[in-house]
Write a protein that binds this ligand. Sequence first.
Ligand SMILES: [Ca+2]
Ligand SMILES: [Ca+2]
Ligand SMILES: [Ca+2]
Ligand SMILES: [Ca+2]
Length: 430
Amino acid sequence: MIVTLLLGCPDAPTPEVDYSLLRPDSADATAALATSGSRFGAGLRAVDFDGNGVDELLVGTGPTTDVEGAESSTWVLDGASLTPLARFEGAATALSAGMTDAGPVFVSAVSWEPALESATLRRVDDPLGPSPTTTLLGMDRVNDVTLADLDGDGASDLVVASLEQGLYVYSGLPETFPESPPMAQLTAFDSHFLSAAAMDVDGDGVDELLGGAWMEDDPEADRQEEGAVYVFEAPFSGDVAASDARAVVYGTRHVANGFIYEGETGRRVSDGGDLDGDGLPETLIAAKTWFWGASLAARGTQRLTEMALLRLDGEDGHHDEPGESAATLDVDGDGVLDLLVGAPGAQVSGYPVGAVYLLYGPVSGQWDLGAAAEVKLAAATPDDELGATLAVVRGPDGLGVVVGAPGTQAGSDTEAGALWLWGAAVLAGG
Ligand SMILES: [Ca+2]
Ligand SMILES: [Ca+2]
Ligand SMILES: [Ca+2]
Ligand SMILES: [Ca+2]
């Protein structure tokens, strides 16, 4: 791939698709549920609970409101073999893991969606210990959850992205949500936060808190729900208004074929590591039609169209949902981070099967995903939604990528869900 800085150019380069296509039968390991409607793999997070250098994998099902007999549970799998280690009550589309004074903990949430009356938030203490405990913290107003030590006491603090316009920041974990008073409540101007992440955007050793305000209007643009990512900085206490944010980074709406699409910038946000080697990490940001990579270290109001390192367009337009999942790792071992972008609506031969694209770094500029990718991991059958989730796992033999496909059918069981693990060696050979 030839990498050229193209931001500012009016049009993306003409797509030239020459990636390798890898199907699930090339994977090193797989896990699946054979129960209709379970949507195994709808939530996914890698974590090293026992600190032995080999990751475990948190896998959520759901949400399951209308299918009789569907699984509503969260699993811990061995990150290398994908064999089950433990199973807990409750579906989960959002997952985060951390540490309390008493040991490891993870939080799980079923994110709110219109089909569901409410969303649940749970904590599981000591999940791989002799007597783990599951606690239901609340039944409402959850979009996303993040555990990170935001007050510097060594224990994880819970951040809940809520439907009620706020990021709720707790010192430690609350007894109940939303009744327990938070340490701080952070708000955007006119949107709630759909996503939350903690990362050190300026490299000073202290995490900032990011919130994806996906329905936010850019006051200097068309007010068409361009969407924005807010950056808040410590200390977190009391009510923190939008005007107190360290930075607000707006996306843009999208016009194609006479239709106007909301930007929905910030649908997902995550730490991408240092993609361009300048010492500062890039934030991976999903929008409705595009996927962005940008350093959010600068202060004040900014626009991704003017400062992003990277913009990737879906191979087949906005139906692909590019960036619904994303992660970075060094697949080919050249010391430069490579990028994985999930697009659960991506097509193969005209069918929406879902895919994860691998792009070798350094990657910058404006590209069509199909033109920029070296490898496309794609599902075998339509509506598998491969790439809805993905996670990088550390195994005994090195790094791998686990990809979730919650729409996968098992026999006659629809939307049963599956996971596949590809080791870096297979990806690099692809
Ligand atoms: Ca703490
Ligand atoms: Ca910082
Ligand atoms: Ca960088
Ligand atoms: Ca690399």
